[in-house]
Design a protein around this ligand. Sequence first.
Ligand SMILES: Nc1ncnc2c1ncn2[C@@H]1O[C@H](COP(=O)(O)OP(=O)(O)OP(=O)(O)O)[C@@H](O)[C@H]1O
Length: 306
Amino acid sequence: MKTTFIVNPAAGDGKSLKRWEKFKKDLNFPYELYMTTRPKHATELAQMCVQSGEPQLIFAFGGDGTVHEVIEGVLSCPNCIIGVIGAGSANDFARGFQSFQHATEVNQYVQSDSKTLKMDIGNVITRSENYTFVNNAGIGFDAYVAYQVNKSPVKKFLNKFSLGKLAYTFFVMKTLATFKNFTLTVETPTNCQIFEEVWFSTISNQPYFGGGMKISPQSNPADGEIEITVVHHLSRLKLMLLFVSVFYGKHTSFKEVHQITSTSFRLTTNESMYRHTDGEYANKTTPLVADEFSVQSKKWRITNLI
Ligand SMILES: Nc1ncnc2c1ncn2[C@@H]1O[C@H](COP(=O)(O)OP(=O)(O)OP(=O)(O)O)[C@@H](O)[C@H]1O
């Protein structure tokens, strides 16, 4: 089977390139290599790779953004298998899905009978655009933080000293002081609930978000369902406490955290709120116009390492 690596040299605050240089020395099979040079490039490269419709094994080498882009590029190709080597900052994909740590594991997989697992993907239909998500999508506080971090020159500057994570801490604190809570209506095919004073809501295909926070412990990316987590009606101080407890998956016992499982959700905000899909800015909601979140079951294939 044709094997390709798509490497984002800029992932992981720029550490990905160094890691790749080391990693490739231990690979012992022929492969094609593409380096991304800009956002969305990994999608274009993956689309190019699968154009022929031939069976393909494509390794995404980078962070969650890179993996998201590669998977988006292969959705039309049922013969394509995705393997992941997490080399980003957050690497939530590598926590929630099977992924490779070392080149020796990749060598073993390529020489084996290439077992695969079929995985789900999330879709978001909004008034202006459609999006996909592999890990999670969200509306509110976290999306606004991600937006500010990604557009800020502060992160680029701190990256030079491998201190990119400080940018997140800075913008979390800043947003915490200024964020205005919103009202969220959550409709499932069988129910409708209105949540007041919402900080954020996350729709999860797998348990992790934000760099290891186990926001949705029961999410399973192969079960044909997605989970919504709504965090509302709590003080700034308690929100901070909640962020600490999320790392251990203990936040679900807070009465201010609501979780619902469904195959689809219609979410409506009372005012315009920032959205993200897999941590990347995905525009803002239109007040009183529903966004439709759904899941497509078994839509892409991942390397099965077990
Ligand atoms: N050569 C490049 N230079 C700058 N940015 C790039 C380049 N190639 C890809 N990108 C963009 O870099 C962004 C970040 O990549 P990625 O998410 O993989 O790394 P990360 O942010 O360090 O990891 P994580 O998302 O796990 O925190 C992506 O949005 C991607 O489109």
